[in-house]
Write a protein that binds this ligand. Structure first.
Ligand code: SIN
Length: 518
């Protein structure tokens, strides 16, 4: 039995930078052209419970006279090991300054210097200072700015604690979405006949579901990052590209027995912090002329090499050369997190760090408007998408800007498509039953962490793919399930797709490093 059918022109799943910016650009474009529009933003948890909120570093966009589009393009392609789509790289980088002006117009408050100009900083792989930021909590400021702008449009409805569990498309091209409203994490759902199951339909659907970090044992991602959009898009017929291009951030805070890992921003290295091994040696110059500021794949592999040679599971980040005022001004949250979590004063003590899963450089294959090539009316924006910008390794701080510019391009295409649309009649739709399998999350995380980590081996990838596929095939179907169990099922499917993709890669590029291809 279905209750509560509602119809919108556009449904956007996910409320990080990509989802919120898409809603704003759509609402602005509709207002400009006196077009009525109905937009539903859906958040699995609370609207601010996103990876965007936790982004520390910042937003990359050329802004100074010493810098240039060409330099930002070179840095992006160099980090991406040349696997980038050159047309998209140029298009994004040239659009970035205008996107920053949009953010400023929406009221974002970023750090400025005493002369009133924006305080641009550097991160790994960038030749010039071009990272716009708010101390070490840029994501928090960005999320708040976008949420405020969204609240100014009556055309945007936002629902929280609403988990989309199924998406289908009918013969007329309408998307039908089954969701559970006001869920709690361990409530169980027998066959979705509960009263809080809702049916939403729409003409245009945007997947802005973010990352899939929970498939690994250690990640900087938030617990919502379970790869939902990847599985929905696959079920709708989309192509996945380079899903095994998983970026590990070199400096997650080392805390034994923690899954959610606190990020120690690369901006600290941008300000001069250096990596040291167990013996205190500044080892990065042995690996790359850019030393601690080399691109992330190089730094992560170097750290793993140093860890292998040592007796400890981490290396150190030494920020003691930075002045106390720089740390307090630029890194207040990192300073207090290290104090609270490990009792470390980063002005005086080295920070134990190790590489942890951070970002998915591949994803759902999209065109230059964020449209999913095989599924008309479906868009994927932000981390969930493979746009061609990142190639085989994302340059630091290129992801938030990607989310904003693609949101703008997708909105411009959708608004045109909707111009002559008549309102969708409310129609009943019979969803297929959802079969949720009983999967042990820790098992999936162990397979991915052990066999699809920073350094891979073909035999391990085969083992991971075969054993995880078998585990999934023979897993029991649950009679009733909680959302956590539904997410565990998704994580297993995502893990299998990562192994499958990893086995198709034929060369070591960027974050993809297979010892057997050396
Ligand atoms: C960081 O602050 O190091 C993360 C920034 C990013 O991933 O782009």
């Amino acid at each position: 039995m279905q209750t509560n059918i509602s119809s919108y022109q556009v449904v956007i799943i996910g409320t990080g930078v990509a989802g919120l910016a898409t809603a704003i650009y759509l609402a602005e474009a509709a207002a400009l052209s006196n077009q009525t529009i109905s937009i539903l933003l859906v958040s699995k948890a609370s609207v601010s419970d996103t990876n965007t909120s936790w982004a520390q570093g910042g937003i990359a966009a050329v802004a100074s006279n010493e810098d240039s589009f060409e330099a930002h393009i070179i840095d992006t392609i160099d980090a991406g090991a040349g696997k980038n789509d050159l047309h998209i790289v140029r298009k994004v980088i040239e659009a970035a300054p205008d996107a920053m002006h949009d953010l400023i117009r929406w009221g974002i408050d970023l750090d400025k210097k005493v002369d009133g100009t924006y305080d641009l900083v550097k991160e790994g792989g960038h030749q010039f200072s071009r990272i716009w930021h708010k101390a070490d909590s840029t994501g928090h400021t960005l999320q708040a700015t976008l949420m405020h702008r969204v609240s100014q449009f009556p055309s945007i409805v936002c629902v929280e604690n609403t988990a989309i569990v199924q998406i289908e498309k009918d013969a007329l091209g309408t998307f039908h979405i089954q969701a559970i409203h006001n869920h709690t994490s361990d409530q169980t759902y027998p066959n979705l006949t509960v009263e809080n199951c809702i049916h939403i339909q729409c003409a245009q659907l945007v997947l802005a579901t973010g990352g899939l970090g929970m498939v690994y044992a250690k990640t900087t991602n938030q617990s919502i990052a379970t790869g939902d959009g990847i599985i929905f898009a696959s079920q709708l017929g989309a192509t996945m590209k380079d899903l095994s291009y998983i970026q590990f951030h070199p400096t997650g805070l080392y805390e034994s027995n923690q899954t959610g890992t606190y990020l120690i921003s690369e901006a600290l290295r941008g300000e001069g912090a250096i990596l040291r091994n167990e013996k205190g040696v500044d080892f990065m110059p042995q690996y790359d002329t850019r030393a601690s500021l080399a691109p992330r794949d190089i730094v992560s592999r170097a750290i793993m090499n140093e860890i292998k040679k040592s007796n400890i599971e981490y290396v150190y980040l030494d920020a003691t050369g930075l002045s106390a005022s720089t740390i307090q001004k630029h890194f207040p949250n990192i300073q207090s997190a290290c104090q609270q979590k490990l009792g470390i004063d980063i002005c005086k003590q080295w920070i134990p760090v190790l590489p942890v899963q951070h970002y998915t450089c591949g994803g759902i294959l999209v065109d230059e408007f964020g449209g999913v090539v095989e599924v008309d009316g479906l868009y994927a924006i932000g981390e969930v998408a493979s746009t061609g910008l990142h190639g085989a390794n994302r340059l630091a701080s290129n992801s938030l800007i990607e989310g904003i510019v693609f949101a703008k391009w997708a909105a411009s295409k959708m608004i045109n498509a909707l111009r002559n649309d008549i309102a969708l009649p409310i129609s009943t739709y019979h969803f297929k039953p959802i079969l949720v399998k009983q999967i042990d999350r820790a098992l999936v995380q162990n397979y991915l962490s052990n066999y699809a980590g920073i350094e891979k081996k073909t035999a391990d990838l085969m083992k991971g793919f075969n054993e995880l596929s078998q585990a999934y095939q023979y897993a029991n179907v649950l009679n009733q399930w909680s959302l956590k169990e539904w997410e565990n099922d998704l994580l297993c499917q995502v893990g299998i797709l990562i192994f499958k993709d990893a086995l198709t890669q034929t060369e070591n590029k960027g974050v993809y490093f297979n010892l057997d291809l050396e």
